[in-house]
Design a protein around this ligand. Structure first.
Ligand code: XMP
Length: 531
């Protein structure tokens, strides 16, 4: 196994992710763990991360002495390279400017780490790597026994190696995807140089996570807010695997879910997994409070506020125990790594809502509960893989995201129960046909080829004819987008045959809708949701 010592970089979790991709087990720990900890961890290799400090002089974090005494390979990345240089007798020069950006690095000699890794070669035959690099502080003198491994014109020592000891360091960031050979470099370090077997899979993660949860929770009880989305569902399945009935899930049905969604969630958890799920049918409460409100932000506030209130009420009951339960002392959340990063940095107004809604912000303190976040170190695709390893159905795990306020932001203007009903049925037809239609070239369904797709209810009426009669009914707009990060998105070029089928089914099957349109706006300048 690999030990990653974290000096406080924003991207340390990405190092862990690349190591897991190389099928090697790793753990991240703070850079100031004790020598005893390192010895008892018994890593096969150690990686020293970068740091967020803008310059080297900002702080004097060092790796514990045991790192160098253990006799195992060590890889220093960025700040990790500085501290390796300083601790082993080299020199670093501080600078107050720092740039993070694209660079082309020349590889020197044939170190085991970089051998045959190159993106292109210079005219005189030197291997070159395309990387993301921090310029600024520099290693200016190699420690004794080290040789030059990489350089750029502005950074003459961009990599160094002590091959006998298995010490390597790079000034650039191999963990980010912009460094083209980065994943290969990290793989080579953990597999070939540190000699890890590469037999770690998501299935083993389940066992490790289960053991960790058991150790953390002991015989206490846990409450989890289940939304039916991927993250909270995977968290619930994992925690249930670990502690069974010590877990209680609260599923708040605000009446703005998709067709049959509430039943599906109950079936999957209570029915199949036999997890204890308390379904709170709060649709009357939500729809009542939304009556007469048409401003989008106000609707979001009402929904978010009520959601927290309802959840809090249930959590308080569970905290108090009853029905053979002692009462909960933990609140579990499906926080995943991108949420952790996001909450540290600048967020959009909507992102704040996303947080306060999904992760019931501030609640643990208010309720006096400890926090349990077993997915904190995972990325979305890893959470999905974990869900599959836990036996959740793939339709669930690969489901499009659904906003917390649900149909509340997909019914434009005032939310009325009859509008919600029409939209639910139209939306279900759209999703069903997206799953049915396959793209010839890739063989994938259009559901899998789009990132998010849904219907939007437009509270306007238009004229139509049906049979011999004139109709005057509402409109549903279809929205389907393709995106990798939901920050920007393109509208999906769905086949006409698919749109045709969906339109004719909605108009024929959903009485009350006589017109269907397709949204051809990209984000930006439009957003994905209409409100
Ligand atoms: P927009 O409309 O901002 O949406 O382009 C980007 C992504 O965020 C989702 N979204 C939300 N999710 N609570 C949520 O949990 C919200 O209030 C919210 N608003 C938008 C949206 O579905 C899309 O995936």
């Amino acid at each position: 196994k690999i030990l990653i010592l974290d000096f406080g970089s924003q991207v340390t979790q990405l190092i862990a992710r690349r190591v897991r991709e190389a099928q090697v087990y790793c753990e991240i720990h703070p850079n100031d763990v004790s020598d005893d900890f390192i010895r008892s961890f018994a890593p096969r290799g150690i990686i020293l991360s970068g740091s967020h400090a803008s310059t080297y002089e900002d702080h004097q974090l060092r790796a514990p002495q045991a790192v160098w005494d253990l006799g195992v390979p060590v890889l220093g990345i960025c700040y990790g390279m500085f501290t390796m240089a300083v601790q082993l007798g080299g020199e670093v020069q501080a600078s107050d400017v720092r740039e993070f950006g694209y660079a082309e690095v020349r590889a020197h000699g044939h170190t085991r780490l970089l051998k045959d890794l190159q993106d292109f070669a210079t005219a005189d035959g030197h291997g070159m790597l395309k990387v993301w690099m921090s310029h600024g502080d520099k290693v200016t003198a190699l420690p004794p026994g080290f040789k030059l491994m990489a350089s750029t014109p502005s950074c003459p020592i961009a990599g160094m190696a002590h091959e006998d000891k298995g010490y390597y360091a790079v000034q650039f960031h191999p963990e980010v995807t912009h460094t083209v050979q980065g994943a290969a470099l990290l793989r080579r370090f953990v597999r070939d140089i540190a000699g890890c077997a590469g037999d770690w899979v998501m299935g083993s993660y389940v066992d490790e996570a289960v053991a960790r949860i058991r150790a953390q929770v002991g015989d206490e009880e846990v409450i989890l807010g289940l939304s039916g989305g991927v993250d909270s569902s995977v968290a619930a399945a994992l925690i249930h695997r670990a502690i069974g009935d010590q877990l209680s899930c609260v599923f708040v049905d605000h009446g703005l879910l998709r067709l049959n969604e509430g039943d599906m969630v109950m079936e999957m958890f209570a029915g199949k997994l036999h997890a204890r799920v308390i379904r709170v049918d709060a649709s009357e409460l939500f729809l009542g409070r939304l009556a007469g409100v048409s401003d989008p932000e106000q609707k979001r506030k009402i929904i978010g506020g009520l959601f927290v209130d309802v959840f809090k009420g249930e959590a308080a009951k569970l905290k108090a125990g009853g029905e053979g339960h002692r009462g909960a002392s933990f609140l579990a959340q499906g926080t995943i790594y991108p949420d952790v990063v996001e909450s540290g940095g600048a967020r959009s107004k909507k992102a704040v809502t996303i947080k306060s809604h999904h992760n019931v912000g501030g609640l643990p303190e208010q309720l006096g509960l400890k926090l349990l976040e077993p997915l904190r170190e995972l990325f979305k695709d890893e959470v999905r893989e974990l869900g599959i390893a836990l036996g959740l159905p793939s339709e669930m795990v690969y489901r499009h995201p659904f906003p917390g306020p649900g149909l509340g932001v997909r019914i434009l203007g005032e939310v009325k129960p009859e509008y919600a009903d029409l939209l639910r049925r139209a939306d279900a037809i759209f999703i069903e046909e997206l799953r049915n239609f396959r793209d010839d070239a890739s063989g994938k369904s259009w559901y899998d080829l789009t990132s998010q797709a849904f219907g939007v209810f437009l509270p306007v009426k238009s004229v139509g004819v049906m049979g011999d009669g004139r109709t005057y009914e509402h409109v549903v707009a279809l929205r389907a987008v393709q995106t990798s990060d939901f920050m920007t998105a393109d509208w999906a070029e769905l086949p006409y045959a698919l749109l045709k089928k969906v339109s004719s089914r909605i108009i024929n099957e959903v009485r009350g809708i006589n017109r269907v349109t397709y949204d051809v706006s990209s984000k930006p300048p439009a957003t994905i949701e209409w409100e």
